[in-house]
Write a protein that binds this ligand. Sequence first.
Ligand SMILES: [Zn+2]
Length: 277
Amino acid sequence: MVWFCPAVESDEHCRGLFHCREVITDAMSNKAIFLCRYGATGTAWRGTRVFRAATGAMKRLTLTFDNGPDPTVTPGVLDTLAQHGIKSTFFVCGNHAGRAPQRELLTRAKVEGHRIGNHTFTHSIEFGRSTDPTLPEREIGETQEILGDLADQDRLFRPYGGGGVLGNSLLNPAAVEFLCRGGYTCVLWNSVPRDWELVTEWPERALTDIRRQDWTVVVLHDIGTGAMDQLPRFLDAARAANVEIVADFPDACVPIFRGEKREGLSDYVATTGPARD
Ligand SMILES: [Zn+2]
């Protein structure tokens, strides 16, 4: 049973949600005494503002960092993730993943247990807006070759999507064919807090997404906007909200898994030729 504790309505501890390890109800006083998993204790009136009954399932959060690595930003991101004991995925572009400083950072990320995914070669063309049959080989295949041993074993691929918009311009039939034939796993997202423009406010946006869904896959960018200065604050808030931070992905964000098409894939594939706006 999850109780909303009146003592923390100020949105401090656990954002007001106590996932109780133990609840002792007192029929006489109609109160419940709880002990939450962070060790806090308190008293709540039974039946007042019960948030959600009985499931006790923690919300999940998967962190992804796109368009990096950046020698001035990514080391700090890796330090923060290590301090918090969190594993994540870095989706990188082929046109700079092969350069020395970026390669070194990707090696460090891999050694520290993070996953490395393919985020196209040029990060400039949505497949659904192209009819060029050679585009998948150039954008996906060449990047995978550059990643080599650094690439995750599930051959993670995230398409380029302008502004983070999900839709049928992300892929086209040729790209789907290429991904399936190559055993790739296509990873999308369900939270884009626009960290590239909301450089200090993005954590609140992401936390709103976390509250409205069970498993959030957030797109962040380890590039030089200053947004990653907020990462420690965001992770503290997510932890305080009792969110479990994981390195895998919900099925709904994975329309192709190890080369196998999943239900819902067609939402992301242009039917014929370039997608219409
Ligand atoms: Zn991107």
